[in-house]
Write a protein that binds this ligand. Structure first.
Ligand SMILES: NC(=O)C1=CN([C@@H]2O[C@H](COP(=O)(O)OP(=O)(O)OC[C@H]3O[C@@H](n4cnc5c(N)ncnc54)[C@H](OP(=O)(O)O)[C@@H]3O)[C@@H](O)[C@H]2O)C=CC1
Ligand SMILES: O=C1CO[C@H](CO)[C@@H](O)[C@@H]1O
Length: 280
């Protein structure tokens, strides 16, 4: 496993397991146990996934030491004030059976994110979170946050895959030394990337799967990836991406298949952000 160093010096395993939509308790237990056995140490959840308690249980059952794990969670949009953010964080800690988080993210740039950020800064200064960041922040929202932030976010977790490559956002984040983390790195299994001709050819040339080529491409862009699977074989396959390298020509070919195809909500869509305030 390779680590990236965040802008505050914290090391993050560049590949982790995402658990969005893994709601069945057995699936969660088995996929986390499989992942740990395969060498995963980084796990990405969120309060809105309603599975933090299951993640906590699965991790508590393993004999991997807490300091060797990297646990991310996210504060949901319905949490808006400073005090609510502090309370939500402690609720997540309790469910995850831990006394600190490695990374805590503001899930979406919904109303009040600057106040939420002040709470995140205070939790960080108290040593309760190793790194703080945001998710689904586009450049204007990041610019606005940076204007009042005392601490620069260490991470921005945004939808990114071969059909939605985020080249401009990636350049902007790289300039700021904010790590780019990809959610939906495999296009959430619905973007069409698994039948792409360019990826099919590159995968055959390396005797790897398309998923492995995609994950390798992210890693070579210095992007953090958190692919989700509930299948043992895919969980193993997705971490088996450190024994081959894509050439410059292959990286360029993949850069050419971008379609700017967003698969989920647009962070600039005020209606979505307002609706998300009501979700729990
Ligand atoms: N910050 C945010 O707003 C968001 C964050 N996330 C985070 O990012 C993580 C990853 O994103 P996610 O939405 O899950 O989508 P992914 O891009 O990780 O795709 C997951 C889908 O791909 C399938 N899959 C996984 N591995 C393979 C493989 N090797 N071959 C073929 N199919 C495969 C899975 O199926 P199966 O499970 O059946 O194997 C599932 O259907 C989430 O789990 C969550 O932690 C996700 C959405 C939004
Ligand atoms: O991480 C995510 C998945 O779940 C949420 C809603 O259910 C999404 O909005 C979010 O981006």
């Amino acid at each position: 496993m390779e680590n990236l160093t965040l802008n505050n010096g914290v090391q993050i395993p560049q590949l982790g397991l995402g658990v969005f939509l893994v709601e069945d308790a057995n699936d969660l237990k088995n996929s986390i146990a499989d992942a740990l056995k395969d060498g995963y140490r980084h796990f990405d959840t969120a309060a809105i996934y309603h599975n933090e308690a299951g993640v906590g249980e699965a991790l508590a059952e393993s004999d991997v030491k807490r300091e060797d794990l990297f646990i991310t969670s996210k504060v949901w949009d319905s949490v808006q004030t400073y005090d609510e953010t502090i309370a939500a964080f402690h609720e997540s800690l309790k469910k995850l059976q831990t006394d600190y988080l490695d990374l805590y993210l503001i899930h979406w740039p919904s109303n009040g994110y600057e106040e939420k950020w002040r709470a995140m800064e205070s939790l960080y200064n108290d040593g309760l979170i190793k790194a703080i960041g945001v998710s689904n922040f586009e450049q204007p929202q990041m610019d606005k946050l940076l204007a009042s932030a005392k601490i620069k976010p260490m991470v921005d977790q945004v939808e990114t895959h071969p059909y939605f490559q985020r080249k401009d956002l990636n350049a902007y984040l790289t300039d700021l030394n904010i790590a780019h983390e990809a959610w939906g790195p495999l296009g959430q299994g619905k973007s069409g990337v698994f039948t792409d001709a360019t990826l099919t050819k590159i995968a055959a040339d390396h005797d790897k799967s398309i998923a492995q080529v995609i994950l390798r491409w992210h890693l070579q862009r210095n992007i953090i990836v958190i692919p989700k699977s509930v299948h043992a074989e895919r969980i193993a396959q997705n971490i088996d991406v450190f024994d081959f390298t894509l050439s410059d020509a292959e990286m360029t070919a993949i850069a050419g298949i971008d379609k700017n195809q967003r698969g989920s909500a647009d962070p600039n869509d005020e209606d979505w952000l307002n609706k998300s305030l009501e979700m729990n």
